[in-house]
Write a protein that binds this ligand. Structure first.
Ligand code: TYM
Length: 324
């Protein structure tokens, strides 16, 4: 089974991305052929600082390794270093209906958020994502819930290409967790935790005092009971989800544990848990920050391995499309 997924290098990794995607990647690298990459081309669709961008990309690589990605068990590379991604993206552009792109939730949201920069890349973003996936003949794509719509489009594009030119692509499936596919912002539990709103994020590498502060001030709901009810109690439901994921215990067990206790005690216990569980990641990241040559070498090896697969697919695509 070939598994592929990506992450944008737009800021530090938060517990949302960790829960929805990276925790799955860690498990899957033990059992499948895994390919993970840093989606630097996707990040260019919103303003980036050229002077610091390459540092950000390397930082994301170090964070992925610190979070538990094992270069012995998976391929890790930088998207823009394999030119076949953009090449395939163009071919797929020519068969993707415009209407499919304009209805994408992320396009609508991002063009609201960046009103002065509604560039064509924001619209064609999911085509590049489809190219990322289809290039590697991917079976499964472990992602958070916000990527589900893009995955559906990748399937549509794969089928359309196969129908028009003959079978080249595998039709991929999204892998979503039952618990943790959508972690909400700590300062607004009705919104997704997102790198574009840092105030609501708890980062995987936050220091203990910051973790405590963020958890203790997380927005909760009226009432007192620690009950999982995402509609009536979205704040507590979100914190229970995080607790359950990091404790490795079902939500019902945590509800029971805090049944007669108040919000403050529950939050204090959650802060203690996160400080403890995130400690190895903080330590590993600090170590990797001093080993840039090692991180770069992993990315180079990853590129070399991924390139072989990408080039094989592109050859087939060009042939089927009648290109010389
Ligand atoms: P990105 O960088 O926004 O997020 C990386 C992964 O983290 C998941 N995620 C979340 N999961 C649960 N709760 C949250 N609050 C949360 N926030 C983020 C995302 O769903 C994602 O799985 N377009 C992609 C990157 C990409 C990609 C791909 C992914 C480019 N090409 C091909 C899969 C396959 C993105 O922007 O992810």
């Amino acid at each position: 089974m070939r598994i592929l997924s990506g992450i944008q290098p737009t800021g530090s990794i938060h517990i949302g991305s960790y829960s929805g995607a990276i925790s799955q990647w860690k498990e899957l690298q033990q059992i499948g052929e895994c390919i993970f990459f840093i989606a630097d081309l996707h990040a260019l669709t919103v303003p980036q600082e050229p002077d610091t961008f390459s540092k950000q990309v390397l930082n994301t690589a170090a964070e992925l390794l610190a979070a538990g990605m094992d270069p012995e068990k998976c391929i890790i590379f930088i998207q823009s270093e394999i030119k076949e991604h953009t090449e395939l993206s163009w071919y797929l552009n020519t068969i993707t209906p415009l209407g499919e792109l304009t209805r994408m939730t992320q396009f609508k949201e991002k063009s609201q958020q960046f009103k002065n920069n509604i560039n064509a890349g924001l619209l064609t973003y999911p085509i590049l994502q489809a190219a990322d996936i289809l290039l590697y003949q991917t079976d499964s794509v472990p992602v958070g819930k916000d990527q589900k719509q893009h995955l559906e489009l990748a399937k549509i594009i794969a089928r359309k290409f196969n129908q028009k030119y003959g079978k080249v692509f595998k039709v991929p499936e999204a892998l979503l967790l039952e618990t943790g596919a959508k972690i909400m912002a700590l300062n607004n539990p009705k919104k997704k935790m997102s790198k574009s709103s840092p105030a609501g994020c708890l980062y995987l590498f936050d220091e203990p005092d910051i973790i405590r502060k963020k958890v203790m001030s997380a927005v909760t709901d009226p009432g007192k009971s620690i009950k999982y009810d995402p509609v009536k109690k979205p704040g507590i439901a979100n914190l229970l989800t995080v607790y359950s994921l990091f404790a490795g215990k079902p939500i019902s067990q945590i509800e029971k544990k805090f049944g007669k206790k108040g919000y403050a005690e529950f939050k204090k216990s959650l802060a203690d848990l996160l400080i403890l569980k995130l400690e190895p990641y903080r330590r590993k990241k600090k170590e990797l920050q001093t080993r840039e040559v090692y991180v770069r070498e992993i990315l180079t090896q990853g590129r070399k391995r991924a390139e072989i697969i990408a080039q094989t697919t592109i050859k087939d695509v060009r042939k089927k499309m009648g290109l010389i």
